[in-house]
Design a protein around this ligand. Structure first.
Ligand SMILES: Nc1ncnc2c1ncn2[C@@H]1O[C@H](COP(=O)(O)OP(=O)(O)OP(=O)(O)O)[C@@H](O)[C@H]1O
Ligand SMILES: [Mg+2]
Length: 458
């Protein structure tokens, strides 16, 4: 498996941390210089050291402001390449400063030369393998060259008076031993830290991958759970409908005959006593209410029958147009604007014309009843994304449905209307399920409701 380079976020955090660490280092250096000069009375030329310190302060400020502007504009894109360049720059500049500092404070005689090791350790955490090896070899080479140049008196040697022995820097065996121990320590440190950092990064990458996978799985589980709940609701609904269907079929059938009797005899009475206006009025009420009972009974029978649809091939848009032209002329639809969003092409599917007509009619009447003061009813037809269904959507701008009622609208006899039977939606749900289709409702209270019918294409 491939080793993972530190990701942008990590690198960004580490680079900021590097800037803070540099402030600390400057503070430490100032303290060390103070003690060296004031307490131990060591003699050294402070000017070049100060120049290096000022350079460090300047470039650290640059990096500091760079990170601050990144914090303020998080929308700006940060690339891994940009961060890598910055990391190389930070480490490179630090190494150069350290080389100069060491050179101006005694070179190989200065025990602080082992600060390089510390810096290499930090660099290995920050950078990927190749880059840090480059820095290590670069440092050793420059130091080697500096030692050579001062040994051959091409560059002047900066002795710290009162510190190390004066001949140390020109003692050839000491120089070789110094450069050898320095070089191997640096290379070993880089090798060790780098391999540890690499395996850590690798593991981090694996963790990241596993975390992503877990998140995906949990999302899938959540979806499956929701689907399960939906299916369970449907099951409960269809069980309710089935048992209610059997029960009501019997009762409705038995009630239909006596109701027809009541109605016929009421008409006889009405005809016989044309003179008595009081009785006429009362008998009219009996006739009206009996008719209402018959409507309810018819609904119950429709609901109970839920007969197997007699499907024939036909264009669904043509049927919709027919239902729309039927309702459009009705007085209740006077203030309702019906907006059609129909595609050009035909939508031929298999369906029972009478039953589906009843579905569309019911949904449009419900929509109209939800907009007593008028409004707009958008009717659209399209093919579902998976190409498996024709999707017919009725969106009204009516009262909408409360969350509480949403759970009940498909229950038989649930109604919020004074004269409603509450059977409309349960009947059409039965019809659509018999067509192996789907019926979905959605609503935003006060803004309207949307009913979506999905009928299978094959
Ligand atoms: N488009 C809609 N906007 C707002 N509420 C609706 C809409 N369609 C249905 N409802 C709600 O769902 C309930 C049940 O509707 P359903 O069609 O089953 O019965 P109903 O319309 O009340 O009675 P019926 O259909 O017998 O006249 C309604 O009473 C109403 O509260
Ligand atoms: Mg209705």
């Amino acid at each position: 498996m491939k080793a993972f380079a530190p990701t942008e976020q990590e690198l960004l955090v580490r680079l900021k941390w590097f800037v803070q660490l540099r402030w600390l280092f400057l503070l430490g250096l100032a303290t060390a210089l103070f003690f060296a000069v004031k307490v131990f009375g060591l003699g050294m030329n402070l000017t070049p050291i100060l120049i290096v310190v000022i350079a460090v302060v300047i470039y650290n400020f640059v990096f500091y402001f760079l990170h601050r502007s990144r914090n303020r504009h998080p929308e700006r894109e940060v690339t891994l390449r940009g961060l890598r360049i910055e990391a190389n720059l930070q480490i490179g500049l630090d190494l150069l400063s350290l080389i100069f500092l060491v050179h101006f404070t005694g070179g190989i005689e200065n025990p602080f030369i082992f600060f390089f090791v510390f810096h290499m350790l930090l660099g290995s955490i920050l950078l990927a393998g190749r880059d840090i090896w480059f820095h290590a070899i670069f440092t050793i080479t420059i130091l080697f060259i500096l030692l050579g140049l001062s040994y051959f008196n091409i560059l002047s040697h900066h002795q710290i008076e009162g510190f190390a022995s004066e001949e140390l820097w020109s003692n050839v065996p000491y120089l070789w031993a110094g450069i050898l121990s320095f070089g191997t320590t640096i290379l070993m440190a880089v090798y060790m830290t780098n391999s540890i950092a690499r395996s850590l990064r690798h593991r981090e990458g694996e963790l990241f991958f596993t975390k992503n996978q877990l998140e995906n799985q949990s999302k899938k589980l959540e979806q499956a759970n929701m689907e399960l709940i939906r299916q369970q609701n449907l099951l409960v609904q269809s069980e309710k409908l089935a048992s209610l269907g059997k029960l009501s079929a019997g009762i409705a059938h038995e009630l239909n005959n006596p109701l027809t009797g009541i109605l016929s005899f009421s008409h006889f009475i009405k005809e016989e006593c044309t003179e008595q206006s009081r009785l006429q009025h009362d008998i009219d009420i009996v006739i009206r209410e009996t008719n209402r009972c018959k409507v309810i009974i018819k609904g119950l029978l429709d609901f109970a029958r839920q007969s197997k649809p007699e499907k024939k091939s036909g264009d669904i848009i043509q049927l919709l147009n027919k239902v729309i032209s039927l309702v459009e002329n009705h007085k209740d639809f006077k203030n309702i604007e019906i907006v059609k969003h129909f595609p050009e092409e035909l939508m031929e599917i298999m369906y029972d014309k009478d039953q589906i007509q009843q579905v569309f009619m019911n949904l449009m009447v419900n929509a109209q009843e939800a907009m007593p003061d008028g409004g707009a009813l958008h009717v659209s037809v399209r093919i579902s994304m998976d190409m498996e269904y024709v999707v017919i959507r009725f969106r009204d701008s009516g009262t909408g449905i409360t969350e509480e009622n949403m759970k009940k609208i498909f229950d038989p006899f649930f109604t919020t209307k004074e004269t409603g039977t509450g059977l409309g939606l349960s009947i059409i749900l039965g019809i659509i399920e018999n067509h192996e289709g789907k019926l979905e409702a959605d609503s935003e209270l006060g803004k309207g409701a949307t009913f979506t019918v999905k009928l299978p294409i094959t």
